[in-house]
Every structure is written in C-alpha cells, then in structure tokens.
Design a protein. Sequence first.
Lengths: 146, 495, 118
Amino acid sequence: MTGHLVLRVVAKLLLPLILLFALYVQFHGDFGPGGGFQAGVIFAAGFILYALIFGVRQGRRVLPGWLAHNLVAVGLLIYAGTGVATLALGGNFLDYNVLAHAPAEGQELGIMLIEFGVGVAVSSAMIIIVYMFAGRGEDDGEEDRE
Amino acid sequence: MTFHNLPALQVVIPLISAPLCFLLRRATPAWLLSVAVSWICLAISVLLLRHVLGVGPISYHMGGWMPPWGIEYRVDLLNAFVLVLVSGIGAVVLPYARRSVLFEVGNRRAYLFYTAFLLCLTGLLGMTTTGDAFNVFVFLEISSLASYILISMGRDRRALTASFQYLVMGTIGGTFILIAIGFMYISTGTLNMADLARRLPEVMQMRTVQVAFAFFTVGIGLKLAMFPLHLWLPNAYTYAPSAATSFLASTSTKVAIYLLLRFAYDVFGMPFSFHAMPFGPILLALSSIAILFASVGAIFQNNIKRMFAYSSVAQIGYITLGIGMATATGLTAGILHLFNHALMKGALFLAIGCIVPRLNSMQLADMAGLGRRMPWTMAAIVIAGFSLVGMPLTVGFISKWYLVMAALQKGWWWLALLILVGSLLALIYVWRVIEAAYLREPNPGRDLTAIREAPLSMLVPTWILVLANIWFGINPHLTVGTAGRAAAMLMGLGS
Amino acid sequence: MSTFLGLYNYWIVVLLMMGGFYVVIAQGNLIKKVVGLNIFQTSVFILYISMGKVHGATAPIIARGYHLYTNPIPSVLILTAIVVGVATTAVGSALVVRIYEAYGTMEEDEIHDQDKSL
C-alpha cells in the first residue's frame, strides 16, 4: 500500500488511540462494559489495522510472530496461575478473598489479574490468526504455517 | 493444596500443562509432560473414586462461592466412574502416542498435537466433574474444538474435510445444548444442576421445559453419535491420527452419554423424561436401528478403521438401548457397556495404529497374511474383536449379558433377539479381519517380509487395554458393582 | 397482534436461527457454511440477552439512586458463548484455508467429487 498516503498517515495517528482505548476498556471492566476479551480484541485490532495498511511483513517486524505465539500461552498461564496462587494461599480454586489482606481488595486484585491474562491471551490469539491467514500468500521464511 | 482441592486439580492440572506444552515447542519434552500429566490425572481420579465409593459424593465450591450462586463441582459415583475411564484411557494412549504421532503427524507439529490432546482431556474431565449446567457447555466446547484440531492433523487430506464436517455438526449440537440451557435458566432461574433438579418438577408443565429437553437431547445426540446424527463419526475416526482416534472413540462419546444420563435421569428426572416425554421409546427405536444398520454398514467396509467406526455407532446403540429401558438392570447394563466399549475400542484402535506405520495402508485387502508378520498386534485385534462380539471371558460378554437380562426382565424377547443378532453381525465383520490376516496368503507383489512387529512402546499400551478387557471380563465385580450403584442412585433420585 | 409485538425479540431469534441453520445446510461454499454457523449462534446470543432484561431497570452496575438492575448473568454467559463462537469461526476458517490449499476449491460438491474419484 505504498501510494495510499491518507490511509498510512491516519493509521499511524489512530494506532496509539486504539491501543489506549483497549487499555481503558481492559481496566474499566468492573465499572462499565469491558473486560479482558473486549480489550484484547480492540488491542489486536490496532495491530491488525497496521498490518492491513503496511503489510503483514512489516506488521511482523513490529510484533514478531514468535512473541504473539508465546504470549497466548503466557496469558492462559497468568489466568491459571492466579488460580493456583489462590490454592497455594489456602482458599478454593479462584477464591480471590485470600489474595490480599481484606476480601474486597482480594476480589479487585484477583479480577484484575485474570482479566489481564485473558486480555493478553485474546489479543495475541487474534494477532496470530491474522498473521496465519493474511501472511499465507507471502513468502515469509520458515515461520510456522500451522 | 490438600485432598479437599482434588476436584479442581483434576481439571486445572491438564489445563495448565496445555500452554506449557505449547511453549515447549519440541516433540519429546511435550510428550514427556503430557504423559506425566495424564498419569497424575489418573491418580487423582482414582483417589476421587475411592473417596466416593467409601464416603460419599464430594461437593467443591469454585471460587469459594456457595452454590447455587457459585459454580459447584460435584463428584458422585457416576461421575467418578467416568472420570477414571477418561483419565485411564488418556494415561494409556499418551505413552503409545510418541511413535504413532511421530509417524502420522510429524516431528515439527507434534507439540501441537499434545497441546490439543491436553486441552481435549481438560474439556472431557471438566464436563464430567462440573455440577453447573453452563460450565458443561464451556468444557464441551473446549473439548470439541480440541478434537476438531486433533482430527484435522491426520495424514490424508480427507482428515480436513472430516474435521470440518464434524465442526459444523458439533457446533450445531453445542448451540442446541446452549439453547436448552437458556430455556432451563428462563424457567427456573438457576444453572446449578442439583438446584435445577429441585426446581424443574414445579415447572414441568411449561412448554419451555419440554422444548429445553428436546433441544438438549438432539444436541447431545449429535455429540454422542446417536443414529441418525452419527454422520460425522465414520469420516472423523477414519482419517484422524490413530492415537487421536483411539482416545476420542473411547472418551468423547462416553462423556456425552454421561451428560445424557445426568440430565435425563438427574436434572429433568425420570417422571418427566420417561412419562411426560417419549424419551424411552425414541431411544429404544433409534438404538435398535443403529445396532442393525451400523453393524450391517460395518460389514461392507474395506477400510479397517472405517469398519470399526461404524461398529462404534452400533455399540453406542447398545449403550443407549440400556439407558432407554429405564430399569435398574438396563441402566446398569448401559453404564457398564459405556466402560467396556471404551476398553474394547481403545484397544482396537491402538492396535490398528500399530499396523498403520508398518503397512502404510488401512485397507483390509492389504492386510492379507499380516497375522504371521505382526503376531502380537493381530492377536490384540483378535481378542478385542472377540470382546466386541461378546465372547465369554471378555468384558463384552458381561455387558451383553446384562443387556439381554434387562430386555427379558421387561418381557421384550424381541429386543433380546435384536441384541444377539447385533452380536452375530459383529462376528461377521470381526471374522473378515481375522480371515484377511490369518487365513489368506499375502498378496502377490506386496512384499511383507520387510514388515516387523510394532515397537514395544506401542505394543505395551495396546496389550494393557487388551488385558483389561479380559481382566474385567473375568473379574467384573468392581465395574458391575460401581455401575449398579450408580444406576441405583440415578433411579433413586429420579423416582 | 400484541403477542406478536410484545414478543418481537423471540421472533428475531427464530428468524435468525432458522436463517443461519438454512445457510449451513443449503449452501455449498464452505465459507458460507461458517457464516451461517455464526448467524445461528448469534440468534442464541439475542435469546439470552433479551431474557435478562427487566422492564424499567438500569444496567447491572451499582449506581446511586437506582433500585432495579437487569440480570447480569445472561450477559456473562453470552460473553463466554461469543468467545466460543469466535474460536469456532477461527478453527473453521483455518480448516477452510487448508482445504482450499489441499483441494483447490471451496465448494462442497467439488470436494466430494474429488474424494469420490479416489
């Protein structure tokens, strides 16, 4: 997309706003509509917009395939790790009350952690999906094509 | 983390190891992790079964929230029985999988196979353990998506179309179950299964509840390959990698049958399912058709995996036959055959997976004279095949015996005759395999001298399952006792 | 007539559900089947969300001055179901891409013919 100046400039202007909005949606999930999945999708949409306008190869340079690959697993591990932490601290699985000194703080911390894990996992999954689908026609070396 | 947390750990341990497997990237560490996890899961489910047999049902509150507001994991006798089955099959198939997956999937993608396998195991264990209706749907979709991926990894390109067909049908089934859960929630306001069982009798007359039951039965029928919703099964089992076929054939349909039992007998209750709705007659009719048509269909197959896939549809017909009878003996027979069939088909598909790397073909015609080159593998197929037919000293005999007894108890001699005819048909297609392997000379032009016996890492798990067939056939007290107690519990709660 | 107008959300559910189901069954193109599956699942989402609405109630976030809140549980259930739908669409589309690369076509009957000729 070398000739489309307007698209490129607008995409570059919009990208940080999209990512900021994604973070807003992520952390305001307990006060308004939002949460991990929605934020993850919006976050990924920013990168997907970039990859659409500038090409998947350029997008891969910004967010490498191996990083997105591993972040999916890391996101799930954050979620499950919070649960294991609650087990280790003596409560039932995903009993957030034990995570902090008071139940209210524990609930806030627990929800924030698992929603963060969900956000990371979902955004990386979406980015991988786009890389796999859109990058299939391009010759991108020996990136995993599964 | 004490014994108290075991129901949660049963699901959490494979769930955590799936992304770990994904991060490991290399085939051998991923395989080692999967084997270790499957053995830990087996240990947990055996501990749970022992506790339930000795003390009583276990109730675990997820997140510390009291049911019915929170999600409850409830392990009782029926649950624990199926848990041991699923984790046991997983623990046997995963050590076997190393060579098989290396041949059929390849070294580069093997870690993806194990990740999907662990996710499927998580989903199946979660479906069995949970006591919350919507949680059932979540784990159902987890295990279904993982099984679509497992099936699509087969070598033949038809694995892709088979997986897609299964995806379409499976998603429709899952969505039907979601609709059913929605209607149940609309009419009672709760999602906890024990609470639903308490509240549904009051609203039994509402059409919403009847529609919920109908949607649920069709949705779960798609998942358990009840005739005529079985169309995805032959292709999916034939073209999937052998380790995946063995695992899925032994577990995923069985867990779906467990859900049918749980909802029909426990949540909706026997008075509703069998007196208000024509659940019994429908199950009996469809099961009978399944037994006859699928067995006949199996006889005419030339691909050995497809033959035993059709045989699976017929055997599932036996299980649903027992469930549809709504008597204690019939229900015991159904639950018993659930366990026994998993053993039979698990052993059969593992043995067939031993043949595939050596012979590079699944056609019966290519198996001529194989009995002499691969004696142990073919002997495993013979014994498992006899168990399928229902010969004495094998588990198949025990389940068929109970089924016939249940049919005669109700005075339905024609049903007993049908069960025996099904066994005869099974004998025909098992005989086709035996005849090809032992009684025919190798095809001219097909040099079988290069074929060696299967490696030990594949033979040992196969024979563990084959010997389990014989052991539980000679010594059925544990399985029959547990199945009988589970059946009594289901009928006691329902009536 | 009032029954029809009062229950309009359920009529929408029925229309979408049957429309999506018809697309899944009748269309031969694999991508269209995936789209039909999506429409089918969307109808279920509308069923759940519309059942949670309480007349005259506000969104289920505790705010001063409001006493009636809509039921938050169906929304939560549907969030999970939406994620499941997205995952299914992703897996389905990935399979379609692989099928296209293996068979050269996305039409179900052409694929069937290619397999039959084996």
